[in-house]
Design a protein around this ligand. Sequence first.
Ligand SMILES: [Zn+2]
Length: 129
Amino acid sequence: MCDKPAGSKLNGLLKQKCPKCRRGKVFTHPFYNLAHYSDMPKNCVVCGHQFEIEPGYFYSAMYIGYMMTSAMCIIMGAIVYFLLNDPDTWVYITAIISTLVLVSPLTLRYSRMVAMYFITNVKFDEKWK
Ligand SMILES: [Zn+2]
């Protein structure tokens, strides 16, 4: 729960740590716990930073998630095209949909993390103890 701060901004984002102290976990359960993968405490358990600054704050994360899934569709389409030598359409659809379903917990989490780290102007408090 409380360990040394995740060094850089990118490292904090990838490790899903609080944007203010980079110590506290943003999500309470691992991403593979499908019943609770999106559960977040209201405040950081280490520094008390409020994650959802205002009601509906994470709506902005939906747009980021949309961009992430669009990019994944294009990348998966290119992978299928080059690895399987332009197969039938159902192969594209199956590959893209199964990929999106498999990574949807991570998409939700990282879209929220990007919103917290890059859209909100939360300053990292390096000396927070
Ligand atoms: Zn914190």
